[in-house]
Write a protein that binds this ligand. Structure first.
Ligand code: GLA
Length: 383
């Protein structure tokens, strides 16, 4: 990771001109996992870890990209946007393709360099942050005047259509709409949202990073999404529902379970998780953090046994969390199969809890793992 001032200097060294610099943050999600692509509710927040993108026009009809932290470059023509072998350029090229498909004029070509401090593969949405920072930087550079929701939707479309992960809107929305000291209660059915205060003087968000990265994660993610769609299709034979948001447990028991018990498990988890987010937000408004924390544990159970997107390392960290009186709730976070657990901890004990859990984890597995105490920050901006 280089600092934004180093990014600027590197950009000048490589491309010979002054850039504008945009940033977009990673995110955490307190509760509401695998609900976004089912028109459900989520409760994410942007955090104090960012991707920084430096950009300037080059008038060569070329796109010249440089990943500072990888010391790697890529170049192509604005008229030849295609997937690359390297993967990292795809997050930016996917955005360019979406802008072109939507008839935004970015024809003269541009130079772009980026850096960041969001750990990759940790489930903190470094790719969404790169997409959103790139979209916002391009919008600013070309005066496209994209609104916040457009930036999030366009970045999501890049991930879906170019990168090939059929993700929901949560990560991009959180990255763009983040607000200091607030969680975002987002309704993915209509993109309405509400900011909910989060008192970081009492509570801290502790992320324990298993550093486990499963190569199958994105294909398993797309499979889960298909299983949810299958559940909707089975119910639709009897009731016209658009998504699992409208489904009930009774419908799942009657129309899905007898035909496909696995699909039933997936859908049953999603339906209860959507309800859990609603209850969890009520807990927060009453300041009942104990109850909120218990719901996080319940979410983990569902992700482990019904949705089956956890892994032994995440399960171990959640089991350890259950035994620690200073942790109110914990669960795996994000798509699954690795990455971080999110732990809601008593603020003054956060460092102590982190030291204890990482030590026990190391004793049990032989692996030393990093942790992060996340502060909630503002969304996408210019520097
Ligand atoms: C990933 C996706 C999100 C969301 C989560 C699971 O982070 O990008 O859209 O589906 O997984 O909640």
């Amino acid at each position: 990771m280089s600092r934004p001032s180093d990014l600027k200097q590197s950009f000048i060294n490589i491309f010979g001109k002054d850039p504008i610099i945009a940033r977009s943050p990673g995110r955490v999600n307190l509760i509401g996992e695998h609900t976004d692509y089912n028109d459900g509710l989520v409760l994410p927040a942007a955090i104090n870890k960012n991707v920084y993108v430096a950009i300037a026009k080059n008038n060569l009809r070329k796109i010249r990209l440089h990943a500072l932290d990888l010391a790697d470059s890529f170049e192509t023509s604005v008229d030849a946007i295609a997937k690359t072998e390297k993967l990292w350029p795809d997050y930016i090229l996917g955005v360019v393709e979406q802008l072109q498909l939507n008839n935004y004029k970015i024809g003269e070509g541009f130079d772009l360099a980026f850096t960041g401090d969001i750990p990759q593969g940790a489930g903190l949405s470094s790719s969404a942050a790169l997409e959103c920072a790139s979209t916002f930087a391009l919008s600013t550079l070309y005066g496209l005047d994209l609104q916040k929701l457009d930036i999030a939707l366009l970045s999501q479309a890049a991930e879906n259509q170019f990168v090939g992960v059929n993700c929901g809107l949560m990560d991009q929305f959180a990255s763009v709409f983040g607000k200091k000291q607030h969680l975002i209660k987002l309704d993915c059915a209509d993109y309405s949202y509400e900011y909910i205060p989060f008192h970081s003087t009492d509570l801290k968000i502790l992320l324990l990073d298993t550093q486990v990265k499963h190569s199958l994660a994105s294909s398993a993610y797309n499979d889960r999404r298909k299983e949810c769609e299958e559940g909707v299709r089975l119910i639709c034979k009897h009731y016209p529902i658009k998504s699992l948001r409208e489904a009930t447990e009774e419908q799942l028991l009657t129309y899905v379970k007898p035909i496909n018990p696995i699909v039933y498990n997936r859908c049953s988890y999603v339906v209860s998780e959507i309800n859990r987010v609603i209850s969890a937000c009520e807990d927060l408004k009453r300041n009942d953090v104990r109850s909120f924390g218990q719901r996080m544990f319940d979410t983990h159970d569902g992700l482990q046994y019904l949705y089956e997107v956890s892994c032994p390392e995440l399960d171990l960290l959640v089991d350890l969390a259950k035994e620690n009186p200073n942790i109110l709730g914990a669960r795996m976070m994000g798509g699954g199969f690795g990455g971080c657990t999110i732990n809601l901890v008593n603020a003054e004990k956060a460092e102590e809890v982190a030291a204890t859990l990482t030590k026990i984890y190391e004793e049990k597995t032989g692996n030393k793992i990093p942790y992060y105490i996340a502060e909630i920050n503002t969304g996408t901006s210019l520097l």
